[in-house]
Unconditional design. Structure first.
Length: 145
């Protein structure tokens, strides 16, 4: 999903489901805070995730939870990483022990959504094409239309 497609879905949702946008979220990060967050993670976040954080902040986004770049937040992405899972940066959890995230290659997150489930071995590729597709489908509930 492109940014333009994502924003089009957001615009429709703001009209059809304004309650979804009434939930509190963290403030968008400055470039400096985003750079500090990436340094703490040891990986550069995907461009679309960086854009999303700067546009919408982090924490609650409609009906989804997206980890934040705000170090003062309980949802700070650095705090929310699963333990002992190398080469992976989680951006959300499924509430049941699984984590949605990106594989890391050479210090850069690949914009491919994987799920890591703690009671299973390894990772599974999801049906989501990228971060924006995942966030739109879960947060805006596009699959329910």
């Amino acid at each position: 999903m492109t940014r333009e497609e994502f924003l089009a879905h957001v615009a429709v949702c703001k009209i059809t489901d304004p309650f979804a946008f009434s939930l509190e979220c963290d403030l968008p990060p400055s470039d400096e805070v985003l750079a500090q967050t990436e340094a703490a993670l040891g990986a550069r976040l995907p461009d679309d995730y960086r854009w999303f954080l700067k546009e919408f902040g982090g924490g609650g986004f409609c009906y989804a939870q997206t980890y934040s770049a705000d170090p003062s937040s309980n949802d700070w992405i650095v705090y929310r990483q699963p333990r002992d899972v190398p080469s992976f940066v989680a951006f959300d959890d499924d509430g049941g022990g699984g984590y949605y995230g990106f594989p890391v290659e050479d210090g850069v997150c690949v914009d491919m959504v994987l799920i890591f489930v703690t009671d299973e071995e390894g990772f599974c590729r999801t049906e989501y094409t990228n971060f924006l597709d995942c966030t739109a489908r879960m947060g805006l509930r596009l699959d329910e239309e």
